[in-house]
Design a protein around this ligand. Sequence first.
Ligand code: PMP
Length: 301
Amino acid sequence: MLIWLNGKIIDEKDFYISPLSPTLHYGTGVFEGIRAYEQRKNVAGIFRLKEHAKRLVYSSKILVGKKVLEEKEIEKAVIETLKANKVTEAYIRPLFFLSGGQIGLENIEKSKPSLLVAVVNYPPFLDKKPIKVKISSYRKIPSICQPQNAKLSANYVNSILATREAKEAGYDEALLLNIHGKISEGAGENIFLVKDEIIYTPPVSEDLLEGITRNSVIKIADYLGIKVIEKPLSIADLFNADELFFTGTAAEIVPIGNVNGFVISEKIGKITKKIMETFDKIKRGKIKDFSHWITEVEISH
Ligand code: PMP
């Protein structure tokens, strides 16, 4: 694999990071997950590149305390990485990290802030059949302790603990409550419920990441004439739902059939299905109203 590192394309084997890198020791990095979908032969389409670049800039600002990245630089880096690897379908992983060996907790900027972009072949990891979800015994880290609306590497220890617990108990994915016992989000996904043909999702104040797929689903629902309400949700609201689904770049849109052994629905719900089908068309550039979500990149072999 070729990676983009601080403006240059290099082989991943030539990548070096100090063994004392603070990112390695303390998780002081921020990252993105972006997907590219093949639009036509030799044409990749990057899904909502601008929004991902904007969120990476925001996350890095939260980490460092000032603006250190430019949206345009990130967009260019992502495009160059796809071209260098000659792929039209990929999961793209930009990471802002500290590659130098400054062991103290202070002065992040002395630790060589760096940006890399890698691509991997990572098909949507969750099956599109209704999945089984476990409400985790780990609560979501409150944003007042560590901002959850920034994609901080360190936030993911919380997600990884919850995922391990869920998988060991035989579930497909974990769902985390916030410290107040309200629904926050999945380990790597936002959650939506459908009740009486209205879609509900928790607001960002519930210690969650404002997902770009979440935003896409809200816009798709509007396009389809389905009402969306953002409000705090309880476990009882989940058990009362007609349909439940997760959203995220890696997972895309995944129906949830079962929570803690409680059956929500055996089959994919009607509204979930409509949203999934519309999303699948949009990601391939097949709906004109959403073509501005796709950045096309010619891949030459
Ligand atoms: N929440 C968390 C904790 C995530 O890691 C992700 C994946 N980035 C999401 C939600 C979904 O965000 P997006 O739709 O932007 O991928």
